[in-house]
Design a protein around this ligand. Sequence first.
Ligand SMILES: Cc1ncc(COP(=O)(O)O)c(C=O)c1O
Length: 473
Amino acid sequence: MIAKILCGYRDSLMHAMRVINDNGLGIAFVVNDHGVLCGTVTDGDIRRGLLNDVDLDQSIERVMTRQCVYGLVDDDYEALVGKVSNKIKIIPVIDKAGKVVSYFQYNQSLNFPVAIPNLNGNEFKYLFDAFFSTWISSSGKYINKFEEGFANYADCSHGVAVSNGTVALHLALLALGVGAGDEVIVPDLTFAATINAVLHAGATPVIVDVELASWCIDPVEIDAAITDKTKAVIPVHLYGQPCDMDAILDISRNRGISIVEDCAEAHGATYSGRKVGSFGSIGCFSFFGNKVITTGEGGMCVTNDAELDERMRVLRDHGMSKSKRYWHDVVGYNYRMTNLQAAIGLAQLERISEIHRNRECYEQMYKDALKHIKQIEFQKDDFQKRRKITWLVSLLMQGQNEREGFISGLKQLGIDARPFFYPLSDMPIFKNYCKRPTKNAKLLSSRGLNLPTYESLKSVDELKKLFSCWQIQ
Ligand SMILES: Cc1ncc(COP(=O)(O)O)c(C=O)c1O
């Protein structure tokens, strides 16, 4: 590949023009007979040379930039980025002898962000309809349709649409009466919203470890952490993988412990054929822009318990009595979703099976494109009762160094990969809530990463091409 960018210092301008034309990069690196870098020549250098009466058959030396910017093989990504500028985006990389061994190209705008929502269904049509109906606040037909439709999708009888996934968790805990003096068990490996919601409710979080194989909360650890203050457990179906719900329900049954499922990353995942969100007292979903389906910001609590549904509706709406307007029996919140958001959500929900199918295809594409990198271990999908969905394609590398190297290598290819969440227990504001070792969470957090996953991803061939130049050092 590098040969396509090189010219000899005795070559003609014409030759340099051909090299630049063929490589499509707008630049060639000029080397001596030993491959040592002498300078660079760009489209612009040649144009300026021609305007100054240099002939096409004269040597490149007449126009090349001798004092050029270059990288060193030992430079890390940050160092290389520091050397490029607005004007110079491609630089040669040389070894200790000064020989050109590769090049660095800086892609300022990433081609592959981690997530891009697909709004190509009825999203705009319904949004337009909601807009022109003037029902743009939190009442309107789309709210009702989206709540009904999503609850039904999640195998539940009630759905309470809210403004985001974090307040869905908070509302669920409040409706269950969780508050000061209560303990709520949460996994160490999750997004901070899970533990924040517990703290917002005034309860004490108890952080426990996750299973090494599934990355989800470990039932054995839950059991060991239960005290007479335990009021709830929040199993998080992490990165689309369902938790071991039989074991979790067995532990909590008859002990006055509620289960609030955090399904923010797992819309449609199933356990024993039933959708997540329908196992606990309440299931909480997020519809943030990077989620399986989105309403921009948004969330939903689903439940099969009519009383909990009623309580959540009151709390969501300022604590206002449903039978007596402007009468407040409890201190409430404004956690409502707008009709505009619900209009988008309903259109997304119509296509959720198609969205899942596409995401699964992309996961398979990544598996194909990366199979030459043996150090990669994709998220497990062969548990007996658990059927995961593909949220963000997730994988483990052998160690933290390999993970960091892979992420920065991907960045150079314009692929925005993300490291896993930090363990909650690593963060000073949360660490005192963790009393037991959480070695699996720490290990997974140091080795895991998520890849861009969305419907407008490229074909497997393009991905293969991108990944083929990347190798574990
Ligand atoms: C596991 C988990 N829980 C809760 C949330 C909170 O959702 P939101 O961002 O909609 O508040 C998220 C989302 O980002 C999440 O990943």
